[in-house]
Write a protein that binds this ligand. Structure first.
Ligand code: ADE
Ligand code: ZN
Length: 335
């Protein structure tokens, strides 16, 4: 089963590039930018990465992102993640980035987007991994601030496929961003959002009804509301589920109690993703391997998860079909 998962062609649809920042690279970039970080070793970092909730993690995540200064830093961060995709048979990835985490510190939007998108272009050519970018608004900041980010993105809109909504969920409902989502859709961005990770099912309703979102990041708490589950199935809205993130942030107490299998059985379109792999103990393949073991998923269920990852990607149909054909062939030869 492990080899079956490792060699399985797949897409990753929920990945924060700032959350892929491995300790070794963080030390290297901090040193070259002459920035002090409050850790002396990888062991000290690992000790600090113990979280009781989303906010515990976010505090450390924003601190880590603070060492990224130059276009080269953003390039190295992104290319390093894309190299990991190539070794895991991740054929396509949809990368979230948080411009406000950097523009708030005086780093220009241009520096961030150029570093990330150059790495994506190089990875397509050299590693054969395709990618799309999701510009995420920080929900603990104001809608006005999100509007500023939207404006800054306009000269680079051809490099951006979608908008997302992340950071502290509780107390920051999707409805807070109604106007900026309407404006983002007018620019041509596809609306996506985190919802129902720590927040209630009501936030998922708001995301689909008020922001018109096309794919939910996490969505675990949707299961609290039967009507919502039916609606997600009816509207064919997929969930980008992140098992190791959920246990690291205590959204789920134990992988054996993870709702992923229940979600599949209810007819929800589920995908498996790593969220912030450098902080949560594993890349996407580890997420597949651990959740398969915990819930005793069959090869067919694993294949279904990979199929959903291509089916509910933001790729154009012909490219989607190409990846789906590759997956089909793999499954036929390896089931
Ligand atoms: N930013 C990075 N990871 C996140 C998560 N899991 N939830 C909300 N915001 C995030
Ligand atoms: Zn996330």
């Amino acid at each position: 089963m492990k080899t079956f998962i490792e060699n399985l062609p797949k897409a990753e649809l929920h990945l924060h590039i700032e959350g892929s920042f491995e300790p070794e690279l963080m030390f290297k970039i901090a040193k070259r930018n002459k920035i002090e970080i409050p850790y002396n070793s990888v062991e000290e970092i690992e000790e600090a990465y113990k979280f009781n909730c989303l906010q515990d993690f976010l505090d450390i995540y924003y601190q880590g992102a603070g060492v990224l200064i130059t276009e080269q830093d953003f390039y190295d961060l992104t290319y390093s993640y894309l190299e990991k995709c190539a070794t895991q048979n991740v054929r396509h990835t949809e990368i979230m980035f948080d411009p406000q985490t950097h523009t708030e510190r005086g780093i220009s939007f241009k520096t961030v987007i150029n570093g990330i998108s150059k790495a994506c272009d190089d990875a397509k050519e050299k590693l054969g991994v395709s990618s799309l970018l999701i510009m995420s608004y920080l929900r603990h900041l104001s809608e006005e601030d999100a509007f500023k980010t939207l404006e800054q993105s306009i000269p680079y809109k051809d490099k951006i496929k979608a908008v997302g909504l992340d950071s502290s969920e509780k107390g920051n409902p999707p409805s807070k961003f109604k106007n900026v989502y309407e404006a983002s859709i007018k620019v041509g961005y596809i609306p996506l959002a985190h919802a129902g990770e720590e927040g209630p099912a009501e936030y998922v309703w708001e995301a689909i009804d008020i922001l018109d979102i096309k794919r939910i990041d996490h969505g675990n708490n949707s299961l609290q509301d039967k009507n919502l589950v039916n609606e997600l199935v009816k509207r064919d809205i997929a969930l980008t589920v992140c098992p190791l993130s959920n246990t690291a942030l205590q959204v789920v107490d134990n992988l054996k109690n993870h709702p992923l299998k229940k979600m599949l059985d209810l007819g929800l379109k589920v995908t498996v993703n790593s969220d912030d792999p450098a902080y949560f103990g594993g890349q996407v393949n580890k997420n597949y391997i651990e959740i398969q073991k915990a819930l005793d998923l069959s090869k067919f269920e694993i294949y279904t998860l990979a199929k959903n990852s291509f089916q509910y990607s933001l790729l154009e149909n012909s490219k989607k079909q190409q990846y789906l054909n590759e997956l089909e062939l793999y499954y036929t030869n390896n089931k």
